[in-house]
Write a protein that binds this ligand. Structure first.
Ligand code: GAL
Length: 640
């Protein structure tokens, strides 16, 4: 697969007279793909049933004539105003029963049958018209499912769909009562239609009820997406993708991705650093103009797994965004670095958001590759550099990783439902392990929670996985490498009860979590030999060998063969120790990285990236800020 560059374009925002010149300039900058259409419903169907696709025909023709491939988005994230008159109850309701309103985007409830019908209608019309158009190289469904907190809805439509979903899943109310433990506080039901959505209760609702609702809501996203996919596939052989977001865990992306051909995501490194990362002010200031050194890489690896190997960046930040608390400009060179980093992790395409900064609307302050006056913005020159460099390294691909980390959306819901300590956030926990591996210079694969074959990875990490699935349990039991499991892994049944026997319940490991405690900020449990547990600590019992102790002598990790259970959330120093020991046991050579410098290998090359704001040195090579080095694989480097 060849690497390519693209851009997001909104022909409906600009006079038709500029389209051809825009297309010509895109091609001149080295862009090959253009995504259009995903918010254009009000121009595609200005009144119910009056389809006006003529302008889109001309836009596609103009872009294609310039040599661009078109990714066509379905417009279902922005239902037009008339839709609200037709379906006044199509909006999601929030947890407090307040209705969301028209006036921005994503204003729909996934469960509303009338809105789903409208979506099917517009997607059918688009797919019929453009399904075999030679310029259409891919389809995008909707836009960023779940963004703006839109997965969960407490609407009447959602309630009735939830009841149907429960009836399907449990078959009998007695089974549901048993599974949820509804004898507690006299919460037993005698019919499915007595069950409400878990909201506005006096104190916390039953966590099993909340988890069922989370699973249902995720399934509704899958169902909504599948409806579009099935229609498009009837008319088109082009691949279908969705553009996911960063750090959104409200629905199971693996389940949505199973229906798609490619996973794409929208990478806004500076927005994410400011808005979506737990980090102190020193870190945020230091990486203000570069982004966090691991956040993008984590999502690249995650979405490579969601796409079963095929993934893109659909929207790459090209300059300041408008939506984070603070919106600085990238350091010169960072647009190029972010692009190369995606390619180093196996991206087939990186597309920039957006072609030209738009002077009106909510995103008027968001940079594009062009300024609003059509002059080039700072990012464009960097894109042109990457385009030239791609000629020398055109092939997409990734090298096999030594370490794998399991990521599970249901575990994110589990620990939101019952954090037990305010800081116990699943993404944060997994990301802490991921960062630790990156500090050691490793390539990492992300694995879905039902992975049944671990043979490819000498080291597998399973932090905070609420329920270990039967296939993964079997794979772990037969794994010949090292596995580090915990904290909190396998501590819930599917019905959200504490399992019997007590966790971790791993075949071949005589270990029991006898007690758990969460720790407030500033409190830690020191480990013997350095580092500490923060946020979370478990008391471990059992006859397995003690692999690590707390400073008070109690076991911090128990092991048997290649299986280690870790009873706490390590701080950075503790993490480095735990992971270095696991790598040594797994026979993986590590390469401790200078701060802000990161590695990633492809089959042919080793890439080195400098995220730090100062020059760095790595293996005798000097790296200015924002440097990208592309070295032949296994060159003079000491690492592996
Ligand atoms: C993305 C979204 C785009 C645009 C962009 C601005 O989340 O998909 O439509 O809003 O953010 O950064």
């Amino acid at each position: 697969m060849t690497r390519s560059l693209g851009v997001c374009y909104y022909p409906e925002h600009w006079p038709e007279a500029v389209w051809a010149e825009d297309a010509r300039r895109m091609v001149a900058a080295g862009l090959r793909l253009v995504r259009i259409g995903e918010f254009a419903w009000s121009r595609l169907e200005p009144e119910p049933g009056r389809l006006t696709f003529d302008w889109l025909d001309r836009a596609v023709a103009t872009l294609a004539a310039a040599g661009l491939g078109v990714v066509l988005g379905t417009p279902t994230a922005t239902p037009p105003r008339w839709m609200a008159d037709r379906h006044p109850d199509m909006f999601a309701l929030d947890r407090n029963g307040r209705q969301r309103r028209f006036g921005s985007r994503r204003h729909y409830c996934f469960s509303h049958p009338g809105y789903r019908h409208e979506c099917a209608r517009i997607v059918e019309a688009l797919a019929r018209r453009y399904g075999t158009h030679p310029a259409i190289v891919a389809w995008q469904t909707d836009n960023e499912y779940g963004c703006h907190d839109t997965t969960l809805s407490y609407s009447p439509a959602a309630r009735s769909a939830f009841r149907d979903w429960l009836a399907q899943r449990y078959q009998s109310v007695a089974a549901l009562n048993r599974d949820w433990g509804n004898i507690f506080w006299s919460m037993e039901y005698s019919a499915f239609d007595q069950i409400d959505l878990p909201q506005m209760t006096v104190t916390e609702p039953n966590p099993a009820h909340v988890m069922a609702h989370r699973r249902f809501a995720s399934d509704e996203v899958v169902r909504f997406n599948r409806l579009q996919v099935e229609i498009i596939r009837r008319h088109s052989a082009a691949p279908i993708l969705h553009n996911y977001m960063g750090r959104i865990t409200d629905f199971d992306h693996f389940a949505v991705g199973a229906d798609l051909d490619i996973a794409a995501w929208d990478s806004y490194p500076l927005g994410f650093l400011s808005d979506r990362l737990e980090a102190g002010p020193t870190h945020k200031t230091r990486f203000l103009r570069q982004g966090d050194p691991d956040f993008q890489a984590f999502h690249h690896d995650l979405y490579r797994a969601v796409g079963r190997g095929r993934w893109w960046v659909m929207e790459q930040q090209p300059g300041p965004v408008n939506w984070a608390p603070w919106n600085p400009a990238p350091l010169p060179g960072m647009v190029r670095l972010w692009t190369w980093e995606a390619f180093a992790h196996g991206a087939e395409t990186v597309a920039y958001f957006r072609w030209r900064q738009v002077p009106f609307g909510q995103e008027a302050m968001h940079a594009g590759l062009l300024r609003p006056d059509h002059a080039p913005a700072a990012g464009l020159a960097e894109v042109a550099v990457v385009a030239r460099e791609l000629a020398e390294a055109p092939e997409a691909g990734t090298a096999p990783a030594d370490a794998a980390i399991v990521f599970d959306y249901a575990s994110a819901w589990a620990w939101e439902t019952q954090p037990q300590g305010r800081d116990f956030d699943y993404f944060r926990l997994v990301f802490a392990f991921y960062r630790g591996l990156r500090r050691l210079g490793l390539n990492i694969d992300v694995l879905p929670p039902d992975t049944a074959d671990l043979a490819a990875w000498p080291l597998v990490l399973v932090p905070g996985l609420a329920t270990i699935s039967p296939p993964l349990a079997v794979a772990l039991a037969g794994h010949r490498g090292q596995a580090v499991i915990g904290p909190r892994s396998n501590s819930k049944t599917c019905g959200f009860a504490i399992p019997h026997p007590l966790p971790p319940g791993l075949a071949g490991l005589d270990a029991v979590v006898a007690l758990v405690e969460s720790l407030p900020p500033g409190v830690s449990v020191p480990l013997a030999g350095g580092g500490a547990f923060v946020h979370w600590r478990e008391r471990l019992e059992g006859a397995a060998e003690v692999a690590l102790r707390c400073a008070d002598g109690s076991p911090a990790a128990l092991r048997s063969g290649g299986l280690t259970y870790l009873g706490g959330w390590p701080d950075d120093a503790g993490m480095d120790r735990v992971l270095a020991a696991a790598c040594a046991d797994a026979g993986i050579a590590t390469c401790p990285m200078p701060e802000g410098v990161r590695l990633r290998d492809t089959p042919d090359h080793r890439f080195v990236f400098n995220y730090s704001p100062e020059p760095a040195t790595f293996d005798g090579l000097s790296l200015p800020p924002a440097a990208v080095l592309r070295l032949p694989r296994h060159a003079s480097l000491s690492a592996r």
